[in-house]
Design a protein around this ligand. Structure first.
Ligand code: NAP
Length: 280
């Protein structure tokens, strides 16, 4: 297949590496000339340039820019494309993107590879990033089933576990629970610790923090722009999760205040049993 990738960063570059390794022609477009050159050097693309026209004759295009550029990129791109070209994106939030992009391009299929690292940019691109990782494709009633199938087969061929049964709304609420809420909880954990007024205690906490704090604070100590992007684009779902989380915290606070140790034990037993349903 002749595949276009716009936005040669971690996700775009990694897709390019894998798709080329199984024989596809990959035409890349990025903002910076230096990024295009690096993408060529590492073998993530067959050709790359800063000019969107390069991808005009492709069969399928992945838009891998930051979320706020996805729709504007499609707007610019739509001038050059043939109606048969399938356009997909990799944005971590789906409802607003799928709504806007489907209106503009009827052959648009929303997607979200649930893989990544803490790094960004073309130098972070790596082979096999998507192997055994979920790749969610979120068709609507109007999405051409044939295009969904082509995208599903393609990402499956680079090792991803494909899910096509979730609507953009279900996807967004699910990722609010397991990805976006954890960022906010983890950030508020760090924030709460930093609010300790006694400097000796704060210093001791900072010196003594170990593996438990490392796990629970990791996603809250990540890239602030990504966190803001999640909240901005998935506002409704994340607020719903935060609201529910606040009630759960209030419940736990109440159990501890009232020394209801047996109920606390039951709650913690329930969460212990529930965790493997989310993660092995
Ligand atoms: P990234 O490493 O920062 O890559 C994005 C690249 O897009 C940048 O390197 C930039 O390249 C290029 N770019 C920016 N604006 C552009 C424009 N207007 N036109 C063309 N290229 C442009 O980010 P990423 O982590 O790959 O994320 C990209 C997308 O994947 C986002 O929509 C994100 O929601 C989604 N996603 C990310 C992850 C993750 O864990 N990181 C996981 C799943 C999905 P230049 O160097 O040329 O400026």
């Amino acid at each position: 297949m002749k595949i276009g990738i716009i936005g040669l960063g971690l996700i775009g570059g990694s897709l390019g590496l894998d798709l080329r390794s199984i024989g596809h022609t990959v035409l890349g477009v990025s903002q910076k000339e230096s990024t295009c050159q690096t993408a060529k050097n590492i073998g993530a693309v067959t050709h790359a340039t800063t000019d969107l026209k390069l991808v005009a004759q492709t069969d399928l295009i992945f838009i891998c820019t930051p979320i706020h550029y996805i729709f504007p990129t499609l707007q610019q791109l739509s001038e050059y494309l043939q109606p048969t070209t399938i356009v997909t994106d990799v944005g971590s939030v789906k409802t607003p993107i799928v709504q806007q992009c489907t209106t503009l391009w009827s052959n648009f299929v929303g997607g979200h590879p649930m893989a990544g690292t803490a790094e960004q940019g073309i130098n972070a691109a790596q082979n096999n990033l998507f192997v055994n990782r979920p790749y969610v494709i979120t068709p609507t009633l109007d999405t051409p089933p044939h295009s969904v199938q082509i995208l599903a087969d393609l990402v499956s061929s680079i090792g991803a576990e494909v899910y096509t049964q979730y609507s953009p709304e279900v996807h967004d609420q699910a990722v609010a629970w397991i990805s976006h809420l954890p960022v906010m909880i983890s950030a508020s954990l760090i924030d709460a610790c930093m609010s300790e007024p006694n400097t000796q205690i704060l210093e001791a906490a900072q010196k003594l923090a170990s593996s438990g704090f490392a796990s629970t604070s990791r996603v809250g100590g990540g890239n602030p722009e990504l966190g803001v992007m999640m909240a901005r684009y998935n506002q409704e779902a994340i607020l719903r999760s935060l609201q529910q989380y606040r009630q759960t915290l209030d419940h736990l606070t109440h159990l501890i205040k009232t020394e209801n140790w047996s109920s606390l034990q039951e709650t913690l037993e329930t969460t212990q049993q529930a965790r493997p349903h989310f993660i092995d």
